[in-house]
Write a protein that binds this ligand. Structure first.
Ligand code: ATP
Ligand code: MG
Length: 201
């Protein structure tokens, strides 16, 4: 059974449904860390998986990733986890990822137990917002990103799945769970709440 690991840095996994504002908020969190002279590496899990998928000729664009077979996604996930684990042994890491990815076969966990046991995060952050704001943010990015259109009920369901997933991982790995609200126009405050996880002891 896995136990909390001792490492030089902290591994904080930031999850939230597409369009909630993870990347935006993490950029603020990184700026706060810089101001406090705390080194943190920002890793986007999807970017690592995408690099690998491109190298293997599996996809041409980022949003095709969701349509890959589950087996392909699992092997891309595992390879990325191993890379992140070794980076986090010596560095603080903020990992930008999803708790559940909607696929044609249903919700696929972004952090199944074999990935969690490889990563052994210190904290999982759940970034949340009200469904209306998330829909608006997705529509705003429609030309740049090809995100799914969802009803407010589906958005709420997806966020509830995220909470269930974080709670399960906390029980299984001993990590803590921090719920952060990304209120409209207040991504900097959300970033500050995340950056404070790296405050010096
Ligand atoms: P994905 O999982 O698809 O990568 P994401 O969670 O990283 O999505 P972002 O790309 O950071 O989401 O943000 C989506 C949109 O929401 C962007 O247009 C961003 O500018 C906007 N946004 C993020 N946070 C806020 C906020 N607090 N208030 C208003 N708009 C926001
Ligand atoms: Mg993002």
């Amino acid at each position: 059974m896995a136990k909390r690991v001792s490492r030089e840095g902290k591994l904080v996994i930031v999850t939230g449904i597409p369009g909630v504002g993870k990347t935006t908020v993490l950029n603020s969190a990184i700026s706060y860390c810089k101001e406090s002279m705390i080194d943190v590496i920002h890793i986007n899990y999807g970017d690592l998986m995408f690099e690998e998928a491109i190298a293997n000729g599996l996809v041409k664009d980022r949003d095709e990733m969701r349509r890959l077979s589950i087996n392909h996604q699992i092997s891309l996930q595992l390879n990325a986890a191993n890379r992140i684990r070794s980076i986090s042994e010596k560095n603080n890491v903020l990992l930008d990822t999803h708790m559940f990815i909607r696929t044609i076969d249903g919700y696929m966990p972004g952090i199944p137990i074999w990935i969690a046991e490889s990563l052994m995060p210190d904290t999982i952050v759940l970034l949340e917002a009200d469904p209306e704001s998330i829909s608006r943010r997705r529509r705003k990015d429609a030309g740049i990103r090809n995100r799914e259109e969802d009803s407010p009920q589906k958005i709420e369901e997806h966020q509830l799945m995220g909470r269930a997933g974080a709670a399960s991982l906390a029980i299984l790995t001993g990590c803590t769970v921090l719920i952060v609200e990304n209120r409209e126009g207040e991504h900097e405050a959300a970033g500050r709440a995340i950056a404070s996880l790296f405050r010096r002891q």
